[in-house]
Design a protein around this ligand. Structure first.
Ligand code: NAP
Ligand code: MG
Length: 404
């Protein structure tokens, strides 16, 4: 066999939980270690180790991504009351993704893996549509309550210098509801930067939409911040890369997206991104085929699958039953991270390896070798439904052929 590919800078490897932890090891053993002299700095975010370290390991892993620039993360359990009981946890630890996102100050980009025989419900879609979701503020950090009856609702801001701004929201003549929400220039600037940088990285057009005709101050601030940054810092770079930045109303953009062939990055405010990323994922076919990357404004990358730990499959696995879990999104998290490491360190062999591995995996599905979740939605005529491990072995057969 040919010599293994050498790496220069370690990749931050963040292990996780349940079925995805099983897949994690299989991907490394079957598809990576035989070909690459893997250099990783390993962080075990399995729930037991997070508990043991009082969640310090989660913070450490995020700082390691800041140090080295690229990480790859397995899906992790977000603790809730059931999990606290199941694993006898000291406390209900915060979501690891939220902790990492807060430290990296990042924006999450989600895009589907496209294969030939799984047709998007929107017939004209040919290339992935990536949703960039602003992950701070708006209704996710709002305060709200029910108004009991007659009275005046006001919006009041008291400056630290004592100056007061005051506006009437509504004169109630009966019961109702009220909400206050916010965002910050700092967070919106980070979001905009992450979007512009990612568009340049992917060499794809960036579309951004809000409802600024109705929200003439709040949404308009988003539009202005994007526009200023674009004009001052990114216009020249976009022109050089031959890509476009384009702002329009959200109503207009949904119509354009449905008529487009894809290959676009669509930047969304927090709520829009939450709802529309689920819509885009479902319209492309399957959650198990969604990849996700967190990009920080200073250019650090964390790759992961968009789905969770596939708990139900794990319990089957523990009972010794056969599983047929889709490993594509986890595999693409690894290839994304390895490719990025290759680009940053100038290791062409690593970039080629990532490309070949992705193509081998896509080919496997296109030739009708499928995990159970895809068997129902694939349009290929001859289907072979395989186990979790068999799928990876089939990918390896095709990878070997490609690498000659
Ligand atoms: P999930 O793990 O995404 O699974 C939901 C269902 O979707 C599964 O039961 C399975 O359906 C199907 N599915 C998802 N991924 C699949 C794959 N790769 N192959 C085949 N089928 C797949 O979500 P969940 O059950 O709501 O959450 C489980 C745990 O994951 C929770 O503890 C949650 O906190 C955590 N979570 C972590 C992340 C993250 O780390 N990024 C994200 C979301 C959730 P069937 O069972 O019908 O086959
Ligand atoms: Mg959602």
């Amino acid at each position: 066999m040919a010599e293994k590919i050498r790496m220069i800078t370690p990749l931050v490897e963040i292990d996780g939980d349940e079925m995805t932890r099983i897949i994690w090891k299989m991907v490394k053993d079957i598809l990576l270690s035989p070909y690459i002299e893997l250099r990783t700095e390993y962080y075990d975010l399995g729930i037991e180790n997070r508990d043991r370290t009082n969640d310090k390991v989660t913070e450490d892993s995020a700082y390691a991504i800041r140090k080295y620039g690229v990480g790859v993360k397995c899906a992790t359990i977000t603790a809730n009351a059931d999990r606290v009981k199941e694993y006898n946890l000291k406390q209900m630890w915060k979501s690891p993704n939220a902790t990492i996102r807060a430290i990296l100050d990042g924006t999450v980009f989600r895009s589907p893996i496209i294969v030939d025989n799984i047709k998007p419900f929107v017939k004209v879609w040919k290339k992935p549509i990536t949703i960039a979701r602003h992950a701070y503020g708006d209704i996710y950090k709002s305060v709200e309550y029910r108004v009991p009856g007659n009275g005046t609702a006001e919006l009041v801001f008291t400056g630290s210098d004592g100056d007061v701004m005051r506006t009437t929201i509504h004169g109630f003549e009966g019961p109702g509801i009220i909400m206050g929400m916010h965002n910050t220039d700092k967070s919106i600037i980070s979001f905009a930067r992450a979007c512009f940088n990612y568009a340049l990285d992917q060499k794809q057009d960036l579309w951004f939409s809000t409802k600024d005709t109705i929200s003439k101050t709040y949404d308009h601030r988003f539009k202005d911040i994007f526009q200023e940054l674009y004009a001052n810092e990114y216009k020249v770079k976009f022109e050089a890369a031959n890509i476009e930045y384009f702002y329009t109303l959200i109503d207009d953009i949904v119509a354009r997206i449905v008529r487009s062939e894809g290959g676009i990055i669509w930047a969304c405010k927090n709520y829009d991104g939450d709802v529309l990323s689920d819509m885009v994922a479902s319209a492309f076919g399957s959650l198990a085929m969604m990849t996700s990357v967190l990009v920080s404004p200073d250019g650090c990358y964390e790759y992961e699958a968009a789905h969770g730990t596939v708990q139900r499959h794990y319990y089957k696995y523990l009972k010794g039953e056969v599983t047929s879990t889709n490993s594509m999104a986890t595999l693409f998290a690894w290839t994304g991270a390895l490719r990025k490491r290759g680009e940053l360190d100038g290791i062409t062999a690593l970039i080629h390896f990532a490309d070949n591995l992705e193509q081998a995996a896509v080919e496997t599905i296109e030739e009708g070798v499928l995990t159970a979740d895809l068997a129902g939605i694939s349009e290929v005529s001859k289907k072979k439904v395989v186990t979790t491990e068999e799928f990876l072995l089939e990918v390896n057969e095709r990878l070997k052929k490609r690498l000659g």
